[in-house]
Design a protein. Structure first.
Length: 127
């Protein structure tokens, strides 16, 4: 029996959750996940989304190398998200987002990645 890698499972969950958030349309455009999506998603969909973000950050960081250019450091959200969320588990990030959207129902139009960046990562830089 062939073993399925953890990354393959995460990718599958990400694809399934993006289909669910996109309404399942075959021709749907890329969905920018907002608080409206987040607050109606299942725990597994949220975890899959966060694993996808984490994997993207790891790949981008690897591609940038140990000493990314000044341009990348200045214009990329990757270093900020990595530094600002360092040491925070997927479960904790999910709980933080759940709590934030619960406390800010009028801001459910904001994307999850924007909230992660502006509300959680930036305030943790250098703290």
């Amino acid at each position: 029996m062939k073993r399925i890698s953890f990354a393959a499972i995460c990718l599958s969950l990400l694809i399934f959750s993006s289909l669910a958030w996109g309404g399942g349309k075959e021709d749907s455009d890329l969905v920018i996940v907002t608080g409206a999506h987040w607050t109606t998603a299942s725990r597994d969909e949220k975890v899959a989304y966060l694993f996808g973000i984490g994997n993207m950050l790891e790949v981008e960081q690897a591609m940038q190398g140990k000493n990314p250019s000044r341009h990348i450091r200045k214009n990329s959200i990757v270093p900020v998200l990595i530094e600002g969320l360092k040491g925070t588990s997927i479960t904790k990030v999910r709980e933080m987002l759940d709590h934030w959207y619960e406390k800010n129902p009028g801001q459910r139009n904001r994307s999850v990645i924007e909230v992660l960046y502006t509300e959680f990562a930036i305030p943790n830089i250098g703290s």
